[in-house]
Design a protein around this ligand. Sequence first.
Ligand code: AMP
Ligand code: MG
Length: 482
Amino acid sequence: MINFDNTYSKLPERFFKRNKPAHFPDPKLLAFNSELAAELEIAGPVSGMENRTEESVYSDDDLAQIFSGQKILPGSDPLSQAYAGYQFGQPVAQLGDGRAHYLGETNGFELQLKGSGRTAFSRDGDGRSSLGPVIREYLVSEAMAVLGVPTTRALAAVRTGEEVVRQFGPEPGGVFTRVAPTHVRVGTFQYFTFKNDLEAIEILLKYVVERFYPELQNLPVADQCIGVLQALTCRQAKLIAHWKSLGFIHGVMNTDNFSVIGITIDYGPCAFMDQFSYDKVFSSIDRNGRYSYANQTAIAKWNLFRLAECFVPLIRDDEAQSIQLLTTALEGKMEMFEKAEHKAMTAKLGLPPGAEQTELVYLFLAYCENEQLDFTLAFRKLPELYYNQTDFFPQTTELSAFTEKWKAHKPDVEKLHAINPLIIPRNHQVERVIQSCYQGNDEPFFQMLEAGKKPFEKNEALAEFAMPPKKNEIVRQTYCGT
Ligand code: AMP
Ligand code: MG
């Protein structure tokens, strides 16, 4: 049973195209997130649901049918959402869900299939996904959720039984079900801006404000625009700071992949860094490093200005005056990015925010970059460094300079293991798990999922997931998989 209560499908017809998922003759369930299902009050073979009647509990086969789009439940209203976007800085007036189907909303969350076949927005694409990106998104988005990062969640992964042809040949196909309060992006507003559809922009604004910024509801439209921009800036600033504090690189921060509620969406060629480098890029298509680790802040700011552009006609009749007001409102909040990052990074050293502490972060990161240290382990081992109990850190004058100043600030080292995780979903492990699933062994997938559930704890049985890659295991590039 899923109690659908849809809001997006009640928006005007030009916000989406109704279409059904593709036919897959023999879908098989790979994974179902019972805990999340319980939160959404979706029935399933889940613990804690013993009180439900037999009929309300789905079998694995039912779940495979539902979450590959074969069985459309009552109240579900499958559609693909329209959006545009700036991709690598260039405007694209029409994108939209080319391989995703919104099924409907339950308990305030949208359920969306990804890889479920061609839609009205597929352009030249096949609407399919290989199983690899499904597994990657499942593992990474769930790990992010456990680490406290706002994100879409993983509800289900299904093998379609079909093969899809990708860059390196045929691969097994998959459908991923993701869940989010909304999938509206900056690109959704841009879709209507490109069409000069002012009425639709107002409708979308009202939709977003009512549901996600209710404190702005009674303000005039111009103030709502500015309110959304400023509140979103705070959310995005915290989000990007969180990403950076974990060494996460999203990889495709196009405006069509940039949420209007400040959650991480569209896990494509994303990756967590092993060795620290400010300029680190994994995505095979990011040739100029536009979406590198360090550049994520500048890009998030740039994307917010693109959203501001959509609001220009809603502020004042005079365009120049509108631009002036929006620019001032946004510029005033931009320092949130640096503030949030300094706070997140100084916390990783066990220190409160402050100019001197931020200086220490730079010193430590410069040392890590020079010595090619593993980002996650370098922070994780700080308590050992404090007590001079490790040979992980190469002894250099930079390290001595840092350690001396750091100790002088009296860091709260006892708390550090609750701030700096031991386990992040490392690339080489994700790749290993994918290859194993391709060969029919799903056990490593479930082990990795389990390891990700307790990222701050040492677990001998799952110790391999805390290990950085050996030289021959290093993953240097990631792909969209589309
Ligand atoms: P992404 O880079 O995954 O955010 O995708 C950018 C655009 O390409 C979106 O409009 C997607 O829906 C579309 N797209 C990606 N992969 C496919 C595919 N296999 N078939 C159809 N459209 C796709
Ligand atoms: Mg996308």
